[in-house]
Design a protein around this ligand. Structure first.
Ligand code: GLC
Length: 640
């Protein structure tokens, strides 16, 4: 790590005055002289990227159907020149696209050997199965039953084929997976892009399969996008922001009709519906980076200067001082998986759990050096404060609910019991009935005079996985999932949240959003992708049977229904109103769940084990005086 790092991270908070100074960070890979007005010289960039990814001799071929969409030639966009790689066009479609699963080549590349070894039927290859009628569905289902009778695991084989068909290539190298590959969708919107959050289960599936390159490429290329010049109406968000998604476009090469080049085009929210900033992207990126190291054993990626700097930039953005009184991350509505208005602005649980997990993962990966000491100190203090805050104030069970029910309000004092001035009438009538006698969960959000009592699956599951929840709390969350199986799992795992916003609440909170009607989409729809997080959490708590049961429920129809993005209705009985079919993270989520159940030890690489020193720091803070809990910062910062 050279002096450029010290220059940038000598102290926290630190400032990037210009984009140019930012780029000095990784001078061993990029040289400032090549960067002109926010744009890199593409030739030099390609040359420089040779380190992480071998771009030598890349070929570009035109495809058709699902795959051709990935390579469709769009209007050349000047902005796109930043990350590009020259490619040569070759002959015809027929030579280029060979049926997925045939063991030959796709897009000029040899198929991975593991695909070649798939002996199972290439049942629902994308190009071949546009099943439309009920009869066809029944036939496919019957076929599937028959194959399973012969011991052929057709659902998993089919899922692998579909996952591989969703791979996007950049200059001939796999770089990510498309969000959905639905041939029936009238409007693609941005589902033809690689979403950071959607790629996580795909990446995990490849890691579990021992196919590391795609994950490595994804990590390194998205890192390049982090430094993109991004603005919305002249305003720029923080430098460490990672895009929500990006697209590989193939555009004609200037002045050469016979050749094309691949370019990466990111979206940081400036084009997204609602212009939402993807706060979760950077957090997921850190989590995936750590998983890559754990599975592949290749720590050289996380040790790279530019990767280290990328981690620090994300941390710096998250740990920056603001006006907030809480250690939780303050975000706008729609900043995570729920990327539309759903009343989760403020301090939503999902972001807090990912934040906590990313802090732990980053701490493991940061190379110790003098220049990072302040950052690490800030990180450690935040970990302690965050876990205390969530464990103490977000937790509800029967006992706590009863306590809130009897709260005194308007307490002006340092030792108030009802610190956030919650009026007991806020307790929703559904919760009084719904809360099981055993079990509990973290509420969705906490603000002054406001508790969002909805149950959000991802936030709760990731709290278990990251050890943000205590062991008792983790078991209690799983107890609740079991007790409320018909509400949370029902006919398809897993409800994104429970219950739905209805009536006036739906009108006011979602702004009459027709996509988020009650029991649909983000408003308590069921999302099969959440199966993998459920599985990791259950394995961590040594209760894999819960996940196994949920997987069985999913297997009854997920393939037959063509891998929908989400399901609607209270019992998750319908394929979602506007759900995409062949949604990649539904496919990958299922695969990860299956792979982990058959190899539970691998889940260890995905979890964060509770840190005993952190627990000590926490119990010190708690024991000082339970009523006058830390008004001041811990005198001694928590040092590992
Ligand atoms: C929807 C989801 C979001 C996902 C995207 C692509 O916008 O809300 O979480 O990343 O689709 O699948």
């Amino acid at each position: 790590m050279g002096s450029s790092i010290q220059l940038v991270f000598g102290a926290v908070p630190c400032h990037y005055t210009t984009a140019k100074s930012y780029f000095t960070r990784s001078s061993s890979y990029f040289s400032v002289k090549n960067y002109v007005k926010g744009k890199w010289d593409k030739d030099i960039l390609c040359e420089q990227l040779k380190g992480p990814v071998d771009f030598q001799g890349c070929l570009r071929v035109q495809g058709r159907g699902a795959i051709s969409r990935l390579y469709s030639v769009g209007k050349p966009n000047r902005r796109l020149e930043t990350l590009s790689c020259k490619c040569q066009r070759t002959e015809s479609v027929s030579q280029a696209i060979v049926e997925v699963g045939s063991g030959k080549s796709v897009n000029g590349m040899s198929e991975p050997s593991s695909l070649q070894s798939l002996e199972g039927p290439k049942l629902l290859n994308n190009e071949k199965t546009v099943i439309s009628s009920d009869d066809e569905i029944a036939a496919a289902s019957e076929m599937s039953d028959t194959l399973q009778g012969f011991g052929i695991n057709s659902i998993e084989d089919e899922a692998w084929n579909l996952l591989r068909a969703s791979i996007v290539y950049y200059c001939g190298n796999p770089i990510g997976t498309i969000a959905a590959n639905d041939p029936s969708a009238a409007n693609i919107l941005n589902y033809d892009q690689i979403f950071i959050r959607d790629f996580i289960p795909s990446g995990m599936a490849f890691l579990l399969k021992g196919e590391y390159d795609i994950v490595r490429n994804f990590i390194l290329h998205t890192l390049q996008l982090q430094s993109w010049e991004k603005t919305m109406d002249c305003h720029s968000p923080g430098q460490g922001l990672m895009p929500a998604s990006f697209k590989v476009r193939t555009v004609p090469l200037d002045g050469d009709d016979s050749a094309t080049e691949d370019v990466l085009d990111p979206d940081f929210g400036e084009a997204a519906i609602g212009r939402v900033a993807p706060v979760d992207s950077g957090l997921w990126w850190i989590i995936l980076l750590r998983a890559y190291g754990k599975f592949s054993g290749d720590l050289s990626v996380q040790e790279r200067v530019d990767v280290q700097t990328g981690i620090k930039m994300i941390l710096k953005l998250c740990l920056a001082d603001g006006f907030d009184m809480f250690p939780t991350l303050l975000v706008t509505d729609g900043s995570c998986m729920i990327d539309r208005r759903m009343g989760i602005h403020g301090h939503p649980l999902e972001i807090q759990a990912l934040f906590y997990s990313a802090l732990l993962c980053a701490r493991e990966m940061l190379v110790p050096e003098e220049a990072s000491a302040d950052l690490i100190r800030a990180l450690n203090n935040r970990l302690v404060a965050l876990s205390f805050h969530i464990r103490e104030y977000y937790w509800i069970d029967m006992r706590k609910l009863n306590e809130i029910y009897r709260y005194t309000t308007e307490e002006y004092s340092y030792d108030a019991v009802n610190k956030f001035n919650i009026y007991p009438d806020q307790i929703p009538p559904w919760l009084v009935e719904w809360m099981p006698t055993t079990g509990g969960y973290f509420i969705g959000n906490l603000q002054p005079a406001h508790m969002d009592f909805r149950f959000f699956s991802l936030g709760n599951l990731w709290s278990i996985i990251s050890s943000l929840a205590t062991t008792d709390q983790s078991h209690a969350i799983l107890d609740l999932i079991e007790a409320k199986w018909e509400d949370i799992v029902a006919n398809m795992p897993l409800k994104i949240c429970y219950p739905a916003l209805e009536g006036e609440e739906w009108q006011i909170i979602t702004g009459y959003d027709p996509k988020n009607t009650p029991w649909s989409y983000h408003n308590a729809g069921a999302w099969p992708t959440l199966l993998w997080q459920l599985t990791v959490a259950c394995i961590k708590m040594n209760r894999p049977e819960i996940a196994e049961n949920a997987i069985k429920v999913a297997e009854r129809r997920i393939a037959r229904d063509k891998w929908p993005e989400y399901y609607d209705t209270k019992g998750a009985r319908f394929i979602g109103k506007q759900a995409r079919l062949f949604q990649t993270w539904s496919i990958a989520g299922y695969l990860v769940a299956k792979l982990l159940i058959s190899n539970p030890k691998a889940a260890k690489k995905l979890i964060n084990v509770e840190d005993s020193e952190l627990v000590n720091a926490l119990s010190y803070a708690l024991s000082a005086n339970p009523k006058k809990r830390p008004r001041r910062k811990l005198k001694q910062s928590y040092i590992i």
